[in-house]
Design a protein. Structure first.
Length: 187
């Protein structure tokens, strides 16, 4: 854990999960949600300090990712959305801008669907909302994927946040299962 995380990293009990989050800066709340297989640092490490100049950034590591350990419950974009909503309620944040990358973008869409009162603006980058929006064969790749295929920068970022190989395996299995089960977000 680096010095900045020691000053800003916290855990919150939400929905049976010990959810890791960091708060940076001040101003209008901006929630950052990382992509699959990622951490706060691997998705937002470079831009977070710039965003914190004008916002109160609440960066979250979702279930089984980075500092947030896995627990025995279903994992879905909907569940992640409910976890984020519970954290915002705990922090007494009534409305926030929500920025999500990849799977974090899909979770952001679920926040807007399930908890619209919490959303001021959505910023989506590479978010999935239907299978047909991805290149042919994209989802087939999850049938034969192995943990050795995780890109080295994502693996390094995970182990920097959580040195437990079982945690890394759990994150990989959860993300693969989630992608395989994803169909679409209905209109």
């Amino acid at each position: 854990m680096n010095a900045q995380q020691q000053q800003t990293g916290r855990y919150a009990p939400v929905n049976g999960l010990n959810l890791y989050y960091e708060v940076h800066g001040s101003g209008r709340p901006l929630v950052l949600l990382h992509g699959g297989g990622s951490t706060i640092e691997s998705t937002y490490g470079r831009i977070l300090p710039h965003l914190a100049k004008a916002h109160q950034v609440i960066a979250i590591e979702l279930q089984a990712h980075g500092h947030t350990k896995d627990i025995d419950r279903p994992l879905s974009f909907e569940q992640d959305a409910d976890d984020v909503a519970a954290l915002l309620n705990l922090l007494k944040i009534q409305k926030a801008d929500i920025m999500g990358f990849s799977n974090g973008g899909t979770t952001s869409l679920q926040i807007a669907i399930r908890h619209p009162q919490l959303v001021n603006k959505l910023v989506l980058a590479s978010a999935l909302y239907k299978r047909s929006g991805m290149p042919p064969g994209f989802f087939d790749g999850f049938n034969n994927g192995t943990i050795d295929m995780v890109p080295p920068p994502l693996k390094e970022a995970f182990f920097k946040a959580n040195p437990d190989p079982k945690g890394f395996q759990a994150m990989f299995e959860r993300d693969v299962a989630g992608m395989k089960a994803f169909l679409k977000i209905p209109k």
